[in-house]
Design a protein around this ligand. Sequence first.
Ligand SMILES: *Cc1c(COP(=O)(O)O)cnc(C)c1O
Length: 225
Amino acid sequence: MLSAFERLEHLEERLHAAAARAGRKRTELCLIAVSKTFSDSEIRPFLEGGQREFGENRLQEVQKKWPLLKEEFPETQLHFIGRIQSNKARDIVKLCSALHTLDRDKIAEALQREGQLQKRMPLLFVQVNTGEEAQKAGVLPREVPRFLGICSDAYGLTIAGLMCIPPFNEKPEPHFALLQRLAEKHALAYLSMGMSSDFETAIHFGATHLRVGSALFGSRSPPKL
Ligand SMILES: *Cc1c(COP(=O)(O)O)cnc(C)c1O
């Protein structure tokens, strides 16, 4: 089995190559290592290998695994990529550097409140349901202008970019292209898109934040926590 260091190195090579093919630079890309379901002892080698940006989708895991790891590696940045409930906004604002899944007025309201109380705010991405899937979180593409307006006008939030998860069994290209068009239209700088199976395609369509789990950590078993 490859070591964490070797996996990171291999992924670095693919990031450099994909960036070069797209006429872009590696420095434009933020690699988020999605460590959900993996234990602190499985995560530590990646920290030792130099990785500092990590993604989690459950607050419970953030609270259980990361306080000690962050003490050891204080520059660590956590990205929250899971569904968020408004009563979790307090802890997300406290513990995370970025939230990729803002998609409801109620969450925007809770974030504004916590931002004022804590005097800090994660980098905010609005999740867009590009495939208009009934079971999937995210704002529908046609609702994006209204929701961005609410975020800034009603809640004073600065939105950094958009995020999407293309439908599981469709080609990702049209979804990445749609997200790129929406971000351009609203002058948003960041695009959170691309996972283990499609991050090279996402780079071609302008992704800035890549959420890569299994290509680094291996395949996941169901959550243990
Ligand atoms: C799990 C997850 C990922 C990482 O998926 P891989 O296919 O393992 O790379 C990315 N984004 C979100 C929102 C996830 O929940």
